[in-house]
Design a protein around this ligand. Structure first.
Ligand code: GDP
Ligand code: MG
Length: 441
């Protein structure tokens, strides 16, 4: 697995501290192989690796985990991000009937997914649902949907022989309107391959159905083929989302990663079996874990990060109790901000620090700014760090030079320190440790 591969790369590495460019590039070679093995499309892999490499170089390694594990965590986060972050809900809260059109190749799971979504909308959201099959290509297709409808107690449009897909779509739409259905699901015909006739038919149906959602159904087991299907469909109809079926099989999730970047549309559901309740909201974190084959490592790193954070906060709280807050404390807050991607734990929790927080926000607590501030602190002598009052105009010039920045930047940092120190002192007056603990609940 990828964790073994990375373990090998980093075995030689004893030291902690920041990840070097050489380590990261070596690790990315392994990540690249793992992604290709998981069936992620080549251009997608390339974009992904470039982005993650940039993220990982210079990242600090949290104590108690290995650099390899740290890389896995960074890769995992980037995968989750690329898979779309949070899951996207169906857009059915419109003037009824909301129309959902299902498209995709034959055998991808359109009809089954139509019934699964109908069941879900009906049972979980109390929607009154009508399903209509526009598949006149396969003789038993309309009957298949009718039988499924009976199983889940969802209405299906009565079958009239001899009608074409566009006619059926029209009839379904007016029936849904007249009979007060909340949602109309249009299950369309597939083909074995994408062809012009199919695309013409999809566009014509979309024209009369005016769907609120056009969901592309793809079989996650077909790997590269799924990517080609997705790009042909997304060029022809206005997709709003993707459903990946057969995620219960041994598909490693590579299709999901490609899908998102090829269509630019969210993956809304994952089909996880033949049964009609085997439909899940798509979970980027679960799929990321699957691609990496190592949910455990990600969890481990998250726990390590929490412990690290807790230890740092404890130390800080102890100093705070004595009313101390020097440049070393500020530095540790800054580096926490950088690591956790936000304000430091303590800074974020203390109400009295709103002003300091605002000052940070004005400076834009992005990585670059934080990096510059750290450089300024590094350029101070240990004495100056422990006793910032020592820093006069002359020292400021020296510090700025050492950090490769301006006196203005040094002043900004001094001001931030001043504000945080004041907030800490005020907090101490309010009851010190006990008061703080009470405030933190
Ligand atoms: P359509 O031609 O696109 O309408 O595909 P169908 O809905 O008829 O499905 C084709 C086959 O795939 C059926 O045997 C389904 O039971 C099966 N199927 C659909 N979705 C899933 C899924 O998520 N997991 C598994 N294991 N089978 C599925
Ligand atoms: Mg079908």
């Amino acid at each position: 697995s990828l964790s073994d591969r990375l373990g090998g790369v980093f075995d030689k590495l004893r030291g902690r501290g920041a990840l070097t460019e050489l380590d990261v590039r070596a690790a990315m070679r392994e990540v690249r192989i793992a992604l290709l093995e998981a069936d992620v499309a080549l251009p997608v892999v390339k974009t992904f690796i470039d982005q993650v490499t940039a993220d990982a170089i210079g990242a600090d390694v949290i104590r108690s985990i290995t650099p390899g594990q740290m890389v896995v965590k960074i890769v995992n986060d980037a995968l989750v991000d690329m898979l779309g972050g949070d899951s996207a809900p169906l857009n059915v809260d419109v003037t009824p009937p909301a129309v959902i059109m299902m498209v995709g190749l034959q055998g991808s799971g359109k009809t089954t997914t139509t019934a699964k979504i109908a069941k879900r909308l009906n049972e979980k959201f109390g929607k009154k649902v009508l399903m209509a099959s526009l598949d006149v290509a396969r003789p038993a297709a309309q009957e298949q949907l009718r039988v499924l409808g009976e199983q889940i107690s969802v209405a299906t449009l009565p079958i009239i022989a001899g009608q074409g897909p566009v006619e059926i779509a029209q009839r379904a739409k007016s029936a849904a309107k007249l009979q007060g259905f909340d949602v109309l699901l249009l299950d369309t015909a597939g083909r074995l391959h994408v062809d012009t006739a199919l695309m013409d038919e999809m566009r014509a149906v979309a024209g009369v159905g005016a769907p609120d959602e056009i969901l592309l159904v793809v079989d996650s087991l077909t790997g590269q083929d799924a990517v080609n299907v997705a790009s042909s469909f997304s060029g022809q109809v206005e997709l709003t989302g993707v459903v990946l079926t057969r995620m219960d099989g041994d598909a490693r999730g590579g299709a999901a990663l490609s899908m998102r970047s090829v269509t630019g549309k969210p993956i809304k559901f994952a089909g996880t079996g033949e049964k009609l309740d085997a439909l899940e909201e798509f979970s980027p974190s679960r799929v990321a874990g699957r691609i990496l084959g190592m949910g455990d490592v990600v969890g481990l790193v998250e726990r390590a990060a929490e412990t690290f954070e807790a230890e740092a906060s404890e130390k800080m709280a102890a100093r705070l109790a004595k009313g101390q807050f020097d440049m070393n404390d500020l530095r540790s807050q800054l580096s926490q901000m950088q690591k956790m991607g936000g304000l430091g734990a303590l800074a974020g929790m203390i109400p009295g620090m709103a002003k300091a927080k605002a000052a940070m926000a004005n400076g834009g607590p992005d990585d670059k700014t934080l990096g510059r501030m750290e450089a300024v602190i590094c350029s101070m002598t240990p004495k100056e760090r422990a006793k910032p009052d020592l820093i006069n105009a002359k020292r400021k010039i020296r510090i700025a030079k050492g950090a490769g920045t301006t006196v203005q930047e040094v002043n900004k940092l001094m001001k931030m320190h001043q504000e945080m120190e004041t907030a800490m002192k005020r907090l101490r007056k309010m009851g010190g440790m006990k008061g703080m603990m009470a405030m933190l609940g």
